[in-house]
Design a protein around this ligand. Structure first.
Ligand SMILES: Cc1cc2nc3c(=O)[nH]c(=O)nc-3n(C[C@H](O)[C@H](O)[C@H](O)COP(=O)(O)O)c2cc1C
Length: 301
C-alpha cells in the first residue's frame, strides 16, 4: 500500500523538492507572461527571483510595454505548451528607472500551481516536503517560482588573500541595459565585502553536476576551502583577477552600482564591466521544482 501511494505521488522521481537539470542552449519549455488586463508581456528572459522573505522577483519592462504597468497589482503566469502551469498575483514595491525602461521589484501575494491537483500538492507539501525553514505557503511559492527553470551560476569574490566562491540562482542578466541582478542572503559572509568593494564575478555552469554544486554551497558560512582543494580547476578573471571555474563557458566581471535590503536577501544591482566567452556554451545547469519536473521531464544531472 505504502509503495503504491509513493508511486502515485512521485511517479518515477526521487523524493526531493528540487532537481538539478541540464538544459541545452537555454531551450526552456516554459514561458512567463506578465498580465495586465487582456494584454500579456513575455518576460521569460526578463525576470528573476530576488528574495525569499518576502518572496520578490524583478522584471525588466521597456518600450510600449511600459504603458501596461500603470497598476500596482499585476499577474504573472507561467505556461508550458500554452497550458497554464502557475499563476500569481504580485504588488509592485519598487521601481528602478532606467534610460528606456524600468526594473520592477514585485512581491508575490498569491500563487497557485496548476500542473498537479491541489490534493497531490497538499499531500506532497504536508507529508514529504515540509521542513523547519519553510511553512506551507513558502513551500508552495517555491513550487511555483521554480516551475520556471532557474539558471544556476557560480559567484566569486576576492580581496587580497580572502576569496569565496558559491552557487546562486536568484540572479538575472539584462543585456539590453547592461545590468546584472543578484539576490544574496543578508547572512552570507561575503555580501558586505561585495557591497563595500563593489566587485563580483559570475560564471556559467556547464560541466558540473548538482551534487558538486550543492557541496560548493554548503560550507561557506564558515571559512571557504583552500582554492586548491576545490573539486574543479579555476583560472583568474581578466580585470579583477577573481577565481573563475574552468568548466564555465563564460563569465561577467561586475561593478555593483546599487543595493537594497528587501528582507532576507539583498538586491545587488550590477553593471557588467567585462564579458568573456571562454568556450562554446553547451548544456547549462538549472534548478527546477518537483511539481514541474514531474511533467516536463528535463534531464536530471
Ligand atoms: C544551487 C544553489 C543555488 C543557490 N542560490 C543562492 C542565491 O541565489 N542566493 C543566496 O544568497 N544563496 C544561494 N545559495 C546558497 C549560497 O551558495 C551559499 O551557500 C550561501 O550564501 C552561504 O551563505 P551563508 O553564509 O548564509 O551560509 C545557493 C546554493 C545552491 C546550492
Amino acid at each position: 500500500m505504502k509503495s503504491l501511494i509513493r508511486k502515485l505521488l512521485f511517479k518515477n522521481l526521487d523524493r526531493q523538492i528540487f532537481f538539478g537539470v541540464s538544459i541545452r542552449n537555454g531551450k526552456i519549455a516554459e514561458t512567463a507572461y506578465l498580465k495586465d488586463g487582456h494584454r500579456r508581456i513575455d518576460v521569460s528572459e526578463r525576470h528573476n527571483i530576488l528574495c525569499e522573505r518576502p518572496f520578490c522577483i524583478a522584471v525588466w519592462i521597456c518600450g510600449n510595454d511600459l504603458d501596461t504597468i500603470g497598476k500596482r497589482k499585476l499577474e504573472l503566469n507561467i505556461l508550458r505548451d500554452e497550458k497554464l502551469v502557475v499563476s500569481m498575483t504580485l504588488t509592485i514595491i519598487k521601481k528602478l528607472e532606467q534610460p528606456n525602461g524600468v526594473i520592477l521589484v514585485l512581491e508575490i501575494e498569491k500563487l497557485r500551481c496548476h500542473q498537479i491537483s491541489l490534493l497531490h500538492q497538499y499531500l506532497l507539501i504536508n507529508f514529504f516536503f515540509s521542513n523547519k525553514r519553510h511553512g506551507y505557503k513558502e513551500t508552495l511559492i517555491y513550487g511555483g517560482l521554480y516551475s520556471y527553470p532557474r539558471r544556476v551560476i557560480v559567484t566569486s569574490f576576492r580581496n587580497k588573500e580572502y576569496y569565496n566562491i558559491f552557487p546562486m540562482d536568484f540572479q538575472g542578466e539584462y543585456p539590453e541595459i547592461n545590468v546584472y541582478l543578484l539576490g544574496l542572503r543578508v547572512s552570507n559572509i561575503t555580501v558586505n565585502e561585495i557591497i563595500e568593494t563593489k566587485r563580483v564575478v559570475v560564471s556559467s555552469t556547464e560541466e558540473i553536476d548538482s551534487k558538486t554544486m550543492y557541496a560548493l554551497g554548503a560550507h561557506h558560512s564558515k571559512t571557504p576551502p583552500e582554492i586548491q582543494s576545490l573539486p574543479f580547476r579555476v583560472s583568474e578573471s581578466e580585470l579583477l583577477k577573481f577565481p573563475v571555474p574552468e568548466f564555465s563557458s563564460w563569465y561577467r566581471e561586475i561593478e555593483i552600482t546599487d543595493h537594497f535590503k528587501l528582507g532576507s536577501h539583498m538586491m545587488l544591482v550590477g553593471r557588467i564591466l567585462n564579458s568573456k566567452k571562454m568556450h562554446d556554451s553547451r548544456n547549462s545547469l538549472y534548478h527546477i521544482h518537483f511539481f514541474e519536473q514531474l511533467k516536463s521531464g528535463y534531464e536530471i544531472v
